[in-house]
Write a protein that binds this ligand. Structure first.
Ligand SMILES: [Fe+2]
Length: 493
């Protein structure tokens, strides 16, 4: 305001009725004094009419390219122009102005321009700093890529005043762009849109690996009109290494909306977004490969366990039940995910060593001789040796090794612990879980040499063996769980 008044006093003192400012870049003429709305004029005929240092007489002015705007022209005035950097000042007066007057006004505008540039650059600098700092904060601690990008776009849109912003990614065949995240960009219905590579502003930016600055979409043949009336657009390619993987696109309903400061914010942002997107893609790929590997690994493990089970028709369903009860107990004991998974694997594989025990002994209907008993007991160490060869199963080797040990450490008698005679908490907790569920399942299953016990009887046996064969805490928790879940899951039924 103060600047306007200053200019007004200056023009009054110099007896200059009016000054307009002409922007040849967009052919806009702005009457800076007295102020009024911006006029659009054609630059070429204008420049043919008035060249610098030449005064256009009042009559000539009214019949020149100004005739369309005659009602805006000051009465009985001619015109002359003076350049002001890339712009022109148009002075209106009845007669040519003294050179000194022109120079005074030009100096005034130059000073104002410098002031404005400094101010803008200071504000832009502050905006860039603030934005980059806040975006950096946004990136910290965010793992869901889509959610992260939406937050980033929302922030950018609010802070910088864009109408729409979107991040589009090139599909795996590198033929079309798809929207990964968008704010106000397109309606949900057309969000599935595919933009062919090379088409539109975004497709062009990706194909040519170039930033596209569009001051006026109506004047750019690459622009494909969409649902919103977009007047200016800025598209910045996203790059992972040397490859373009997508584009960051911002739009505005106002022509000439984007400035150099936007690029100074959006270029580094595009670089960060590209890294985040690429990392997320690699992470997903890695997770899928890992899941595939894990699936095929568990399938092999189960196949192995089933091969053992097939040797002994009487233990059918044993591994599934043991695994179910094992996981249940591990969760009740608050074991973490990894240890729970180890309990599951050990439940399935604890008797895998039986593959090395002769069937005649395994399936013998009568009582075992001491020698046969020794043969059967070897299944623990044979199992450990088999599993030792598989890296992922190293952690369950000590569990398998200890699943036949007793809490009280007794190593004599028909139900002694083996092979090392470990006791109490020297036995891994995972193994103490397997011991309880393995024994319980044995009790409720038919064996070649005896009939199964009923559930109540088997629960009672667990109670009696607390602190003897079984860890009292583990057995106690299992008994409570069995009582609360009267019908334990039986995969056979
Ligand atoms: Fe066993």
């Amino acid at each position: 305001m103060a600047h306007d008044q200053l200019l007004e006093s200056l023009l009054l003192a110099l007896e200059i009725p009016a000054v307009w400012l002409l922007e040849p870049r967009n052919a806009q003429l702005c009457r800076v004094h007295p102020t009024n709305p911006v006029l659009k004029i054609e630059w070429e005929p204008f420049y043919a009419s008035i060249r610098e240092g030449q005064f256009l007489e009042p009559e000539a002015l009214r019949t020149s390219c100004f005739s369309n705007h005659a009602h805006f022209l000051p009465k009985e005035c001619g015109a002359e122009v003076a350049s002001l950097g890339s712009r022109y000042l148009v002075f209106f007066s009845p007669a040519p102005l003294p050179r000194g007057h022109l120079r005074a006004v030009k100096d005034y505008f130059a000073a104002m321009e410098e002031h404005q540039t400094l101010r803008t650059s200071f504000e832009e600098h502050r905006l860039v700093n603030d934005t980059v700092l806040n975006l950096h904060r946004l990136f910290l601690g965010k793992f869901n890529i889509r959610e992260l990008l939406l937050r980033v776009l929302e922030y950018v849109k609010d802070k910088l005043g864009y109408s729409n912003c979107a991040i589009l990614l090139l599909d795996s065949e590198r033929k079309a762009l798809r929207i990964l995240a968008a704010i106000n960009y397109l309606d949900d219905v057309v969000r599935d849109i595919r933009i062919p590579l090379g088409k539109g502003i975004t497709g062009w930016a990706v194909l040519h690996d170039e930033v596209v600055f569009v001051p006026d979409t109506h004047a750019d043949p690459r622009y494909i009109p969409g649902a919103h009336d977009i007047r200016s657009e800025l598209a910045i390619p996203l790059k992972a290494g040397t490859q373009v993987i997508g584009v960051l696109d911002v739009e505005s309903g106002v022509p000439n909306f984007f400035k150099k400061a936007d690029l100074r914010i959006l270029e580094p942002l595009a670089a960060i977004v590209a890294i985040a997107v690429e990392n997320a893609r690699l992470y997903t790929e890695l997770k899928e490969t890992h899941a595939d590997l894990a699936d095929s690994f568990f399938q092999s493990v189960e196949a192995l366990a089933e091969a053992v089970e097939a040797k002994d028709a009487f233990t059918h369903g044993h591994i599934q039940r043991s695994a179910y009860w094992g996981i249940t107990l591990a969760r009740l004991l608050n074991l973490d995910e990894r240890r729970t998974e180890n309990v599951r694997l050990a439940s399935i594989l604890h008797d895998v060593g039986k593959i090395g025990v002769p069937e005649a002994i395994l399936l013998k209907p009568g009582k075992l001789t001491p020698e046969e008993r020794i043969e059967i007991e070897k299944h623990v160490e044979i199992g450990a040796q088999i599993l030792q060869r598989i890296r992922r199963l190293h952690e369950i080797v000590p569990i398998v090794m200890a699943h036949q040990e007793r809490w009280d450490g007794v190593t004599e008698g028909p139900f002694h612990g083996y092979p090392r005679g470990l006791q109490g908490e020297d036995i891994p907790l995972e193994a103490r879980i397997i011991t309880v569920v393995d024994a319980f399942d044995a009790m409720v299953s038919d064996r070649p040499y005896r009939k199964r016990l009923g559930y109540d009887k088997a629960i009672q046996r667990l109670e009696e063996e607390k602190g003897r064969q079984f860890d009292p805490r583990v057995a106690g928790i299992f008994v409570n769980w069995l009582r609360e879940n009267r019908k334990p899951r039986d995969p056979d039924k």
